[in-house]
Design a protein around this ligand. Structure first.
Ligand code: SF4
Length: 300
């Protein structure tokens, strides 16, 4: 199916099924083309509550679809591929987190949004890469358990005077963006600014010109007077960057950072999901209620 036919068919099915399509920035370009809304985890969480349609089709990884279901429990939430997981979210384990909380009863738990609902339910508050620093700073505790991304936690811990216990998790896609790969990308592009996501390793964030969440990176390329950027994050982000700053040049490090989990959502699977109303996301009520409280604390 060519892209025009794909768009036509998605639009027809959206009307027929009263559906709204949300896509994360790391989705395939074809999926971003047909999405009603594209954003990062914070923007997506804010969006879920405001949708009027009865069905939300979430083109992202499973924990994101879970957030939509938690925040909009009366809607039907679909994910076109049930096994689109997040390797970072998989690194947090609820029993170990409970044990840690028992060992550190005075500590508050800040959970990155890239976690499943059971981990969110154990957290005092949720954060995203866009607001993690602000949230850690504002917590009324000097001891924090930060779960699960050690790179994001370590990046923000340098700006606060708090004891932060970092969970030993990381995003394999951003972890593979090495300083050497960034330096190779800079070769011959010395006038380019290096902009990276805080899930990258510490030596990469330390040497970058700008560190920010996906939405902050997109905003930065739009507003910056620079014309060229070495981009240290998932390659799907370039779709929005090119739209926001069409006259600018973007260079990805080699190997290209690509999240295979995000790319499990294909045009064929999106069409099938709309037609057959699969796969429906569910979260048990008690877990959803506790996770909702932690998410709402963040949104406040
Ligand atoms: S890029 Fe990393 S953190 Fe994001 S969904 Fe993929 S594995 Fe998870």
């Amino acid at each position: 199916m060519n892209i025009q036919d794909f768009k036509k068919e998605v639009n027809r099915l959206k009307k027929e099924k009263d559906a709204f399509i949300i896509a994360h920035y790391y989705q395939r370009y074809e999926i971003q083309e047909v999405a009603d809304f594209i954003g990062d985890s914070l923007e997506l969480s804010r969006m879920a509550e405001r949708i009027e349609q009865s069905t939300i089709v979430f083109c992202g990884v499973y924990f994101m679809a879970e957030i939509a279901k938690i925040l909009a429990p009366h809607k039907k939430v679909l994910i076109p591929y049930r096994n689109a997981g997040c390797l970072l979210a998989d690194m947090a384990e609820v029993r170990e987190l409970r044990e840690l909380k028992e060992r550190m009863p005075q500590a508050k738990v800040v959970a990155y949004v890239n976690t499943y609902a059971d981990i969110k339910a154990e957290a005092d508050i949720i954060c995203t890469s866009a607001n993690a620093g602000e949230i850690i700073k504002k917590m009324d505790s000097d001891e924090i358990i930060f779960v699960p991304d050690k790179n994001l936690g370590s990046y923000h811990s340098q700006f606060v005077d708090k004891k932060i216990l970092l969970w030993n998790g990381y995003c394999p896609v951003h972890e593979r963006i090495t300083l050497k790969a960034i330096e190779r990308a800079k070769r011959g592009n010395e006038d380019a600014l290096v902009i990276v996501h805080p899930e990258c390793p510490p030596e990469v964030t330390r040497s970058a010109d700008f560190v920010g969440s996906t939405s902050q990176l997109v905003r930065f390329v739009k507003e910056s007077p620079a014309k060229k950027f070495v981009v240290g994050t998932e390659e799907g982000t370039l779709y929005k960057m090119r739209e926001a700053a069409p006259d600018k040049e973007f260079i990805l490090p080699d190997p290209i950072p690509r999240c295979d989990q995000m790319k499990m959502i294909t045009p064929e699977r999106l069409i099938k999901a709309l037609k057959e109303e699969i796969y429906e996301v569910s979260v048990d009520e008690e877990t959803a209620e506790r996770a909702r409280l932690a998410i709402e604390r963040m949104l406040e």
